[in-house]
Design a protein around this ligand. Structure first.
Ligand code: BGC
Length: 255
């Protein structure tokens, strides 16, 4: 059991990658706080799977991205579980629009969840870690688009590029507290966030042709990487991004 005695909080774990991470960490002994926009049936289903995996936890609702909400979520989690050791900033959204058409409301929504959420949830987590004497791990679910342009998703790439630099900065500032901070950059993973793409056969074929390993990622592929970065096996890993993308990012060939 690689996370025995640890408590983890996974934002946005009512579905997709977040759910897979929550269940994977639970399978290694962690008690897990399932965080989602609200205490909904999807979040309760994740908690049920955590219990099936032999662990326990609780559900906390909150729309990540408002600093007061982020601090309240951390405080409630600490109250419910006694402590937090691992924070997975997984909650994320994207909105498709040509750059010329992006609205301020959509820009704010995307930057709000992806960037402000990661920023202020980690700040509240780090203050808790400081209060209890240090030690912890933060794993941010970023994207290949922290490096790679993504036409029609300008606000999304802005948020993910910023998450890369935020992670690097936090890894230095939080090292004295014994907190490691790393990103995971998934490629194309089969989850609700890209449901539209996945139901478009032509677009899906084009995408698969661009992935050297010739398949979509599974949420479990990302969960395995999150487990590693959250565990003591990654004790000397901080300030870096682990790409879990089947080779997508650096694929280039002239036929
Ligand atoms: C996005 C997906 C996209 C994938 C690969 C992810 O970060 O959320 O919509 O399919 O990157 O481009």
């Amino acid at each position: 059991m690689r996370l025995q005695g640890k408590v983890a909080l996974v934002t946005g774990s009512g579905q997709g990658i977040g759910r897979a991470i929550a269940v994977r960490l639970a399978g290694e002994g962690a008690r897990v706080v399932v965080e989602d926009r609200s205490d909904n049936t999807a979040a309760e289903e994740t908690l049920a799977r955590i219990r099936q995996a032999g662990s326990d936890g609780c559900v906390i609702g909150g729309d990540i991205g408002d600093a007061r909400v982020d601090a309240r979520v951390i405080a409630q989690a600490v109250e419910a579980m006694g402590r937090l050791d691992v924070l997975v900033n997984n909650a994320g959204i994207e909105k498709r629009a040509d750059f010329l058409d992006v609205t301020e409301a959509d820009f704010d929504a995307v930057l709000g969840v992806n960037l402000r959420g990661t920023f202020f949830t980690t700040q509240a987590f780090a203050r808790h870690v400081q209060d209890r004497g240090g030690g912890g791990a933060v794993v941010n679910i970023s994207s290949v688009h922290e490096e790679l342009p993504f036409p029609h998703f300008a606000s999304y790439v802005a948020s993910k590029g910023a998450m890369k630099m935020l992670m690097r900065n936090m890894s230095i500032e939080l090292a004295p507290l014994g907190i490691r901070v790393n990103n995971i950059a998934p490629g194309a993973v089969k989850t609700p966030i890209n449901a539209a793409l996945l139901s478009n056969g032509k677009a899906l074929d084009a995408l698969l042709g661009n992935i050297p390993l010739r398949r979509l990622g599974r949420p479990e592929d990302v969960a395995d990487a999150a487990l590693f970065l959250a565990s003591d096996e990654a004790a000397y890993v901080t300030g870096t991004t682990l790409f879990v993308d089947g080779g997508l990012l650096w694929n280039y060939a002239e036929q």
